[in-house]
Design a protein around this ligand. Sequence first.
Ligand SMILES: N[C@@H](Cc1ccccc1)C(=O)O
Length: 502
Amino acid sequence: MQLPRHQLAVLETASADEPRRIDDIAAEADLPPETVTGAAFELEDEGLLSVTETVEEDLELTEEAREYLDDGLPEVRLYRAAVEAGATDDPVSLGELLGRAGLDGPQVDIALSNLARKGYGTIDAGSVAANPDADPDGDAEAAALASLADGEPVTDESVVDALVRRDLVARTERTVRTVQLTDAGVTALMEGVETEGGLGQLTPDVLSSGEWRDADFRSYDVEADAEDVNAGRTHPLREMAETVKDVLTGMGFQEMAGPHVDAEFWINDALFMPQDHPARTHWDQFALSQPSEIRDLPDDLVSRVEDAHRNGVGEDGEGYHSPWTEEMARGLDLRGHTTSLSMRYLSGEAEGDLEPPQRYFSVEKVYRNDTLDATHLLEFFQIEGWVMADDLSVRDLMGTFTEFYSQFGIEDVTFKPHYNPYTEPSFELFGRHPRTGEIIEIGNSGIFRPEVLEPLGVDCDVMAWGLALERLMMLVTGAEDIRDVHGTLVDLDYLRNEEVMY
Ligand SMILES: N[C@@H](Cc1ccccc1)C(=O)O
């Protein structure tokens, strides 16, 4: 029989009489333990060796325990100080004893509770009475710590339990593998096993020495076990975002970019959200304390927006006529929607004045002070978009969504009239969850009001929306909890093995 060199070494080092640990075999055969483990499993597949796994418990001293090894357990130190101070006859004040024993901070409570627990003394009215019959030299916990530090076993489980409870010892489990020759293994060795001949690797040496010319190469084993390599890959949600960008680019949209932290001016005021609107409180948005204000805002636009808030827009001057301060508009928030980007682009602030027709989108993060649950995260991706053109209608808006979602195989989007301070009319979008059949909200949309567009200097129609990328992902993948797709609770196997989207 022929075997690869490592397998042969392991076979020869293993015994038929007793199980031997992989680590011992590795040391004796002078091979890395991983190599021995791999070879052992291969030999097991061939029936020559049996591999057994057992879980062993390791006891490890914590850092606190290591300090006590040098200084002594706090209760022992307190007891010794008490004996020295004569507390076996008359109680001595705790303050004095702590000074003598050099105990302070958390060690004081530790010393007191364990002193009492071990019967070394009693504490009454701030004084300690030491028990004359106690024997700190025979302290079982101190002895166990010393044994563990010397790598010796501790047989009294109750002492180990007490040390674990005191956080002086940590239990860890470890899988130990042992191997033993099978009858077939013994027979093979008796009949004679040789090292598989031939070269297994083409190395620079083999090439430069010319050895390769006459060498006999070992055949390639396509069935050999190989290590799993979990290389980096794109997060499925990021993949979804890229797909959405491709789809929108394909529909003739250009991408917007802009700050995650932005002035309330761009997030709310430009959108005709009155400054006393309930969504503009800390219940809904995260405000920055440092820096707290944006440096630059376009003056002209600021005064036109202020005018719209205070006096309304149009001949009739309709609007909220709400109070308005520039101070509030300058405040910085983590954007709660990416409609702040739409405002920057529509106003000409981002790329200069835009002539209709135009189509823009972004797939970017937004932040909201929501309560976490199966459909809400504190940060999520919004698919923002808008179309600027003359004479847009609700049919254009619905048609755009129908086309967009159909690219993901979603053909049953439904609409519900809605209210936004900045669009009229407004619609919410809903989709049906493929697993639960539940109708879930997937977006919000509308046609910008003149009160928004006029101050921006836009004199044609603009239809716009914010769709939730994670909700689209739930409809596409069937995920029932957003936290299964993205965030700290996501299963690593899902991230590694989820099918790649087109
Ligand atoms: N900003 C809205 C989405 C939206 C954008 C533009 C127009 C209408 C609605 C949201 O976050 O829900």
